[in-house]
Design a protein around this ligand. Structure first.
Ligand code: FEO
Length: 396
């Protein structure tokens, strides 16, 4: 059986998930996701980050096919979240003598999920664990993505097992390594993962990158998505850019519309932005496109324009989730504007403005609220100029 090796005696034993519709039960997975796990076979055997429980049988088959009857000595837990840890209890049943390795914050949540763990080893920042010819070294990466998150560095091969950091959506379609694919696809799915999972802790992600920059790294092996061995500077550059919130020239227009009138307004706003010279204008109907995709583009682009029709004195319901996510994740340094339809009650635009104030959005144009449809010239001009104003602010 052909095994996938990252380096001598270091194996990929991850699985693809093409079944789950929603990651964390709220983010769509049209391209699936991978749960990566790694096995180091030396005088001692270390298994790094198990996988999601629905893939237990396939996972144990892969582990056993590499080990050929040998046992696992150490189970390294870089992160407790169940997409990685929900096979822990099963791995412990399969290998009852395994020692579970985590840091001071790992075991309380892990035992809360899966019950008492007797044989555990708590490691501290920079501590090492020899496997024979390979030596693991542990570095804390708090909040990337949970408080207990850490990364594991293997000193002889110079591989960093980064868990969620540098991870992305998208199952691995026969490929494992970054030099086996067209990166454009994985860049989009990696940014969507970043914007919706890691982006809230961008500063901590930046600190983790700075910490790793002191190590010589030949391979970055995350727990989702591609293993990076050829485009390290590129992926570290992208991650740094997203963590510093350095956005690109472009405008994202998101609307919520019950009867199509706010949708018509969005088209006029988009014309204004495009005519002002923005080549990347993205228009989304918040009722059609799941929020994680919209958040990904909001993270990417400098201009954000949100339009919502009124709904019982407030705004279009589906828009509430997007605005909540924006306030939670706080994408910074954006050029914002808002617009929408009054219907019979008004209030959609007012509610957006309230959120803008709370979220400290940088409003670069007066909000436009239109009665009924955008059929009057003055409304048309206001909407067109709103798009143009945001575009000009983005270009500045
Ligand atoms: Fe992939 Fe935060 O778990």
């Amino acid at each position: 059986m052909q095994q996938i090796q990252l380096s001598e005696n270091i194996y990929y034993v991850g699985v693809n998930d093409r079944h789950t519709d929603l990651f964390e039960n709220h983010m769509e997975l049209p391209n699936g996701v991978s749960y990566n796990s790694y096995l180091i076979v030396d005088e001692k055997v270390a298994l790094i980050d198990p996988v999601e429980a629905n893939f237990l049988e396939e996972y144990l088959f892969k582990v056993k096919s590499v080990l050929q009857g040998r046992k696992v000595d150490y189970l390294i837990i870089n992160h407790d979240e169940p997409d990685h840890s929900s096979t822990v209890a099963a791995v412990l049943r399969e290998y009852p003598e395994v020692q579970v390795v985590g840091n001071a914050k790992t075991f309380a949540p892990l035992e809360a999920f899966y019950g008492p763990i007797e044989n555990k080893k708590i490691v501290a920042e920079g501590e090492t664990l020899s496997l024979g010819n390979h030596t693991l070294q542990f570095f804390m990466a708090p909040m990337v993505h949970w408080p207990e998150s850490m990364v594991t560095y293997e000193q002889s091969s110079k591989i960093v097992f980064s868990n969620d950091a540098f991870g992305g959506f998208g199952a691995l379609n026969g490929c494992i390594f970054d030099d086996q694919v067209n990166l454009a696809f994985y860049e989009g799915e990696m940014r969507r993962y970043y914007a919706n999972i890691v982006g809230k802790v961008a500063m901590q992600a930046l600190k983790a990158i700075e910490k790793l920059s002191t190590l010589e790294i030949k391979i970055i092996a995350p727990s989702h998505g591609l293993v990076w061995r050829s485009n390290l500077a590129w992926v570290i550059g992208k991650y740094t850019q997203w963590s510093k919130q350095e956005s690109e020239e472009g405008v994202v227009i998101v609307y919520g519309s019950m009867h199509g009138n706010t949708a018509r307004m969005a088209e006029i706003v988009a014309r204004g932005a495009a005519e002002a010279g923005i080549k990347e204008v993205k228009v989304y109907d918040v009722a059609k496109t799941e929020v994680s995709f919209i958040m990904s583009d909001i993270w990417k682009y400098k201009g954000v324009i949100i339009g919502a029709c009124a709904h019982y004195g407030s705004m279009f319901p589906n828009m509430t989730l997007l605005v909540h996510e924006i306030n939670e994740f706080k994408p910074k340094d954006k050029c914002y504007a808002t617009f929408g339809g009054m219907s019979w009650s008004g209030g959609g635009v007012k509610t957006l403005a309230k959120y803008a104030e709370e979220g400290k959005w940088n409003l670069v144009a007066d909000s436009v609220e239109v009665k009924g449809a955008p059929i009057r010239e003055e409304d048309w001009d206001k909407l067109y100029n709103l798009g143009k104003a945001v575009a000009e602010a983005v270009k500045r």
